[in-house]
Design a protein around this ligand. Structure first.
Ligand SMILES: NC(=O)c1ccc[n+]([C@@H]2O[C@H](COP(=O)([O-])OP(=O)(O)OC[C@H]3O[C@@H](n4cnc5c(N)ncnc54)[C@H](OP(=O)(O)O)[C@@H]3O)[C@@H](O)[C@H]2O)c1
Length: 282
């Protein structure tokens, strides 16, 4: 008879709504891949219940959880420790229950973005030239932080609301600079990478309104939206011959440090995993 595992491993994602989340598919693939008894569940938590839900993780035997809309900012005030990355980004994407029951918050979205970029385009170099980040919301903060950490020396933040772009540039400082939305077409001149972090192009939203004429042919074009997998922005870039990176890999790679923190296990983003998630989005 095979040995009975000591503990059933538990983790989940708290969101409101949450049933659209692809995270259970991702994490349950890893439980199976590693032959572990455990599960990852969607947890529908209303905003006013977040504090109580987070405090219940430990007593219920959860190793931790991910957070999605609308909880990422609110959790900052509800956990016991917030690491430097989450503090700089201003949002928590992952909570770990420590051995003493304390709740530790971090943000793995920036890791997810840069690891996906590196896996998708191994030749990408931080010193290849300026980066343009379209948008200044939560996703933009994670992307800009990741690019800054990677060593990009000029990051142009272009956002519809100029105030938000200015705030992001002021929060992070050099190498970020805020530019007006009207300038978005010209902001692409000389860029080595451009990343859409706005919600434009997402299912139900109009396509991002931008002309790519000024973008050098060698530039990498990325989108963090992953429904659809290829946004109109990425399709237009591909038609011009650019190397493109979709948003799905960012979601997949941010799960790796979560597994390390929750279960002490190194996981991998394999082609099989990517294909499973891609199929779920078709
Ligand atoms: N792949 C991943 O793992 C991942 C991770 C995080 C987010 N995402 C995706 O990224 C997208 C943005 O998420 P978020 O959390 O950053 O949202 P957010 O904080 O609400 O920010 C939304 C951004 O979109 C801009 N925007 C909205 N409507 C616009 C319009 N009509 N024209 C131009 N800009 C517009 C906003 O500009 P204003 O400031 O002017 O409103 C803001 O910069 C979502 O589709 C989300 O699913 C993906």
């Amino acid at each position: 008879m095979s040995e009975v595992p000591r503990r059933f491993l538990l983790a989940g994602v708290m969101g409101w709504p949450v049933m659209h989340s692809r995270s259970p598919l991702l994490h349950n693939f890893w439980f199976k891949r590693h032959g572990l008894a455990g599960t990852y569940v969607p947890l529908a938590i209303a905003p006013d219940g977040l504090g109580a839900a987070l405090r219940a993780l430990g007593p219920l035997g959860f190793s931790g959880c991910n957070l999605t809309i609308p909880h990422k900012q609110a959790a900052m005030a509800l956990v016991d420790e917030v690491d430097e990355v989450a503090q700089r980004i201003g949002a928590i994407s992952c909570v770990t229950v420590k051995a003493d029951g304390a709740l530790a918050g971090t943000n793995n979205d920036c890791f997810g973005f840069i690891e996906n970029l590196r896996q998708s385009i191994p030749a990408w170099r931080a010193d290849a030239g300026p980066a343009v980040v379209l948008g200044a919301g939560g996703g933009a903060r994670a992307v800009a932080f990741a690019l800054m950490q990677a060593g990009v020396t000029e990051i142009r933040i272009v956002n519809r609301s100029n105030e938000r772009a200015q705030k992001l540039a002021a929060d992070f400082g050099a190498p970020l600079a805020a530019h007006p939305w009207d300038w978005r077409h010209d902001a692409l001149a000389g860029a080595a990478i451009v990343v859409n972090t706005t919600s434009q192009g997402m299912v139900g939203q109009p396509a991002l309104d931008i002309r790519l004429d000024a973008l050098p042919a060698s530039a990498v074009v990325a989108d963090i939206v992953y429904v659809p997998l290829e946004t109109p922005f990425l399709a237009a870039a591909r038609a011009r011959g650019h190397q493109t990176v979709n948003g799905l890999g960012m979601l997949l790679h941010q799960g790796r440090p979560a597994w390390k923190a929750w279960f002490g296990i190194e996981t991998e983003v394999t082609n099989e995993l990517r294909a499973l998630l891609e199929d779920s989005l078709r």
